[in-house]
Write a protein that binds this ligand. Structure first.
Ligand code: NDP
Length: 251
């Protein structure tokens, strides 16, 4: 069961929709206090209200992970409301595919800044908390949501795949640094998952191509991925499921 999540203090980025939102709901349902981070204030407010109505505890914190000052303000709000965190889930991410020769530097910048540097900003902000919780004999978790795209090549998704390969590598390196100090690092690599990720693709041909792949192999729900995160973070603290690839069975 996930009972050991009770009393934990979690920070979930990308909590406005998809995997982040589902993870926040599930962690809160099992008794964790959850800080919800994303840019859309209204969405976060609605989710916090839903969690609270269901008897959980949630704090909506509007933040843009690509903005240093915005992250600093968010960290301050979380610390003054909840104190130190012991569980960080980096789920904020964007997927903006296009042929490399289109030269969409704007998209490359957004993906690297959100998927890699954004995660690093949160890691920098909360690693001290995680180390302190671990030193105190409590569970401490860093969970990064990478992608199967870190390993599998999809034409036109080169930069997205590169950001996810970077995040997977970062997880592995961080595990080597933090594991010996009892902080668990879990890298989750989902396949096709129902969320709002595809809605930001601005190339109709690629949206169509993705949709026909999805029709062929099906999708995980965001709740399926959240379930895996709740599972890994609720194991006894000496158990670290360090890498999980979760795919629709037909993918
Ligand atoms: P969604 O688009 O539904 O969720 C992405 C979340 O990230 C949203 O809550 C969004 O909220 C937030 N976000 C985006 N940019 C920023 C930013 N600059 N600052 C703060 N928050 C931001 O998609 P998913 O749930 O699918 O995506 C979650 C993660 O899962 C991503 O890292 C994605 O790459 C990964 N993934 C998804 C797969 C899939 O098939 N769906 C497969 C493999 C991995 P807001 O816009 O309000 O900021």
């Amino acid at each position: 069961t996930y009972d050991s999540l009770s009393g934990r203090t979690a920070v979930v980025t990308g909590a406005a929709s998809g995997i982040g939102a589902a993870t926040a709901v599930l962690l809160a349902a099992h008794g964790a206090r959850v800080a919800l981070l994303a840019r859309r204030t209204e969405r976060l407010g609605e989710l916090a209200a839903k969690i609270t109505a269901d008897g959980g505890r949630a704090l909506a914190v509007t933040a843009d992970v690509t903005d240093e000052e915005s992250v600093a303000a968010a960290v301050q709000r979380i610390h003054s409301a909840y104190g130190p965190a012991d569980l960080l889930v980096n789920a904020a991410g964007v997927m903006l595919p296009n042929p490399v020769d289109d030269g969409r530097a704007d998209e490359w910048q957004r993906m690297t800044d959100t998927n890699v540097t954004g995660a690093l900003r949160l890691i920098r902000a909360f690693t001290g908390d995680l180390l302190a919780a671990a030193a105190d004999g409590r569970s401490a978790d860093l969970v990064n949501i990478s992608s199967i795209g870190a390993h599998v090549v999809f034409p036109n998704y080169a930069v997205y795949g590169a950001t996810k390969a970077a995040l997977t590598h970062l997880s592995q390196s961080l595990r080597a640094e933090l594991g010996p100090r009892d902080v668990r690092v879990t890298n989750v690599e989902p396949g096709f998952t129902e969320s709002e990720l595809r809605d930001h693709i601005d190339n109709p041909e690629l949206t169509g191509q993705l949709d026909s792949m999805l029709d062929a192999v099906g999708l995980l729900t965001s709740e399926d991925v959240a379930d895996l995160i709740a599972y890994t973070t609720s194991r006894p603290r000496h158990v670290n499921l360090r890498q999980a690839i979760v795919l629709p069975t037909r993918q």
